[in-house]
Design a binder for this molecule. Structure first.
Ligand code: CA
Length: 239
């Protein structure tokens, strides 16, 4: 592990997050999102793949339902061995209350219940890293075409001019910009941007927001990324 500067923790070093998770679609989504958020990502679909690679890791996101072993066994091994202090966030399915409790008793630093929101994952990782003294990277400034997205200040500029977005429009555009080229369904966008679902919110809400963002981006008058409709599925941002 690289030495820490002992200071504010914003040395530009990218902390490495290991995702131990067998849901590969979820892993791909988390990987892209975390990478954009300033982290390095290591991935393994099972416990065996994690062993021997943990020395270079700053935090582990551990799914408790793994194909080759119980995630709790892996956590127990970590806590009894040389990785006693390695920050671990456990991930459980809804209804696995007992696993969650045992996970915390075994020394997990936090937990997430599936399905979780990507913003939530990043927020938890940042909080655990801060508590553990590793420090988290500063929220990044994303440059995409003519757009500059300051994810710390929650401001988007084109040609130096701030684009007037509502908080929800900002979050939707930031979310799509975090993983450009990736298609999200309206349901996924409702989940990750609205933290809601089709039971609570009409999918047309997403369409209305996309419509308004497109208009504002067009008005910005520079070459900016475009939100593309993927017929029958949803939306993606093309840089
Ligand atoms: Ca699993």
């Amino acid at each position: 592990m690289e030495p820490s500067d002992g200071g504010g923790g914003s040395t530009g070093r990218r902390p490495t997050i290991m995702l131990i998770e067998d849901d590969l679609d979820l892993v791909a989504m988390c990987d892209a999102y975390l990478t954009r958020a300033g982290f390095q990502v290591a991935r393994t679909p099972d416990a065996a793949g994690a062993r021997g690679r943990l020395d270079e890791v700053d935090l582990v996101v551990l799914d408790l339902g793994l194909p080759d072993s119980d995630g709790l066994d892996l956590l127990r091994t970590l806590r009894q061995g040389q990785h006693e202090k390695l920050p671990v966030i456990v991930v459980t399915g809804r209804g696995d209350e007992a696993d969650r409790v045992v996970g915390l008793e075994l020394g997990a630093d936090d937990y997430l219940v599936k399905p979780f929101f990507l913003r939530e994952l990043v927020a938890r990782i940042r909080a655990v890293l801060r508590r553990s003294g590793t420090g988290a990277p500063a929220p990044p400034v994303i440059h995409l075409g003519g757009l500059v997205i300051d994810t710390g200040a929650h401001v988007i500029r084109a040609a130096g001019e701030q684009i007037a977005l509502t908080p929800r429009e900002y979050r939707l555009l930031e979310f799509l910009a975090t993983t450009p080229g990736r298609v999200y369904s309206r349901e996924q966008l409702l989940a990750h941007v609205w933290e809601s679902s089709v039971e609570w919110q009409a999918p047309a809400t997403v369409d209305e927001h996309v419509y308004r963002i497109r208009r504002k981006l067009t008005d910005a008058g520079v070459r900016v990324p475009k939100i593309t409709t993927v017929r029958g599925f949803g939306y993606r941002l093309d840089p």
